[in-house]
Design a protein. Structure first.
Length: 448
């Protein structure tokens, strides 16, 4: 192939040319309407978004410095209008929208349809827990509906083989996304239920964007899962991705690996452990049974020995000995009691002896005599003291003692005169001194 050298362009040249065209076409910011289908946040706070419409999708970048200024925070399923610049990244030859702001138009079409169908099926009771089928504890056959390529089926098979290697596993291929996904899963569910040999069905796929999971919100798929006679474990998308198929399934697993764990709730190791535990329990039960039998045999042996004539004779002899010992003890106790009683009577006789009574009375009389003598002596002593005190008082207040100090008493007709008011000249007065008296007549009365 002869190509002129001047017509050959390098990758950098073509990318640079495309960048110039894009830059010249979009000089200012533009507005783009679409539905957010992916949101991923980096460790630095930058947010990478994918928006889409019915036919196409575009990658967007929201730098961390612009996040606090947004009118709304981006979420999957929201239909939005983004204010952005169109930029071209020459290194990998791709363009992206550099987001300046985000405003909401309405909830995305797919999210809106999801909510409507979810509410409809919920009202019909398809999500009601009372209709959920229980998983068998020891499944023998498991059917897996998934893609035959990729890591999902390998992860499930690896875990099932490790946990339950004797398990029979059948894999049914289906489209895990895009058109025909729901119908292919429905077809396989019908096939498995017709065969009716499986104990559990696992519907699995890896994670994906919202549009990748649209088919799992199909109403006919939901009803087929609900009508399945075999319990179904759904493992669709990541733990945060919830589809209608998850809600109507009997058990929902966060990941396909977890679905395999749930299906084999009791593993081979558990069975071995349970077998060992059962063995230990059986040994324990046998040991208890033997122990009980030995106890019964000992009881029988004891009853036989108890009925032996020699044992009965020995028992009677022992009873006689005990009775004799008891009789001796009672007689000895009776003798001691009678002896104590005699001692008490003797003590009573001593207490009632007349001589002793007389001695007691004589002692009592002597004590009373001493008491009376003491009382009388005290009385005499008190009276003497009173007389002595009174005598001293009389002596102290006696008129004679006053007269001895130079005073005298004047009597008029045997009346003591203390005032000259009633005296008259010529009256006869008697003047009393401590050692005698004189008779005198009044010759003159002088008043002070």
């Amino acid at each position: 192939m002869n190509i002129p050298k001047d017509n050959i362009l390098s990758v950098s040249e073509i990318n640079n040319h495309v960048k110039q065209i894009i830059d010249s076409s979009f000089e200012k910011y533009i507005y783009v309407e679409g539905e957010i289908s992916q949101v991923q946040k980096s460790q630095l706070g930058h947010i990478y978004i994918v928006i889409k419409d019915e036919k196409s999708s575009a990658r967007c970048t929201l730098w961390s410095s612009r996040v606090p200024k947004l009118e709304m925070y981006p979420e999957i399923g929201l239909k939005v209008i983004i204010k952005c610049n169109v930029t071209f990244y020459e290194k990998n030859g791709s363009y992206q929208l550099d987001i300046l702001n985000i405003s909401s138009v309405s909830i995305g079409k797919f999210h809106e349809l999801f909510e409507k169908l979810k509410q409809k099926l919920k009202n019909e009771g398809l999500f009601d827990i009372k209709f959920k089928k229980n998983l068998p504890i020891y499944p023998k056959n498991i059917s897996i509906i998934t893609s035959l390529t990729g890591s999902v089926i390998q992860d499930i098979l690896k875990i099932l083989k490790r946990r339950m290697p004797m398990l029979r596993v059948e894999v049914y291929s289906c489209n895990v996304q895009g058109d025909g996904c729901a119908s292919s899963i429905i077809s396989q569910l019908i096939t498995i239920n017709k065969k009716n040999v499986s104990d559990i069905i696992i519907i699995a796929r890896g994670g994906g964007s919202l549009e990748d999971l649209i088919e799992y919100n199909d109403e006919f798929l939901a009803r087929q899962i609900y009508n399945s006679n075999i319990p179904i474990i759904s493992a669709i998308g990541h733990e945060t991705d919830t589809t209608i198929a998850d809600l109507v399934s009997d058990v929902r697993a966060a990941t396909p690996s977890e679905a395999a764990e749930i299906a084999t709730k009791i593993s081979v190791n558990d069975l071995i452990y349970n077998a060992n535990d059962f063995k230990n329990q059986l040994s324990s039960n046998v040991a208890k049974l033997l122990k009980n039998k030995i106890h019964v045999l000992k009881e029988i042996k004891y009853n036989i020995e108890k009925s032996n004539p020699h044992n009965k004779i020995n028992s009677y002899s022992q009873t006689t000995d005990r009775a004799l010992i008891s009789l001796k003890s009672k007689l000895l106790s009776k003798i001691i009691d009678e002896k104590n009683r005699a001692n008490k009577i003797q003590d009573k006789l001593k207490n009632h002896n007349p001589l002793q009574k007389l001695n007691q009375l004589e002692l009592k009389i002597m004590n009373q005599k001493k008491y009376i003598q003491n009382v009388f002596d005290n009385y005499i002593s008190k009276k003497r003291n009173i007389i002595y005190i009174k005598n001293n008082t009389i002596n102290n207040i006696s008129p004679l003692n006053v007269l001895k100090r130079g005073y005298s008493l004047v009597f008029d007709k045997n009346k003591i005169i203390s005032d000259t008011k009633n005296l008259k000249v010529g009256n006869e007065l008697k003047i009393k001194f401590y050692n005698g008296s004189v008779i005198s007549n009044i010759s003159r009365i002088k008043k002070d």
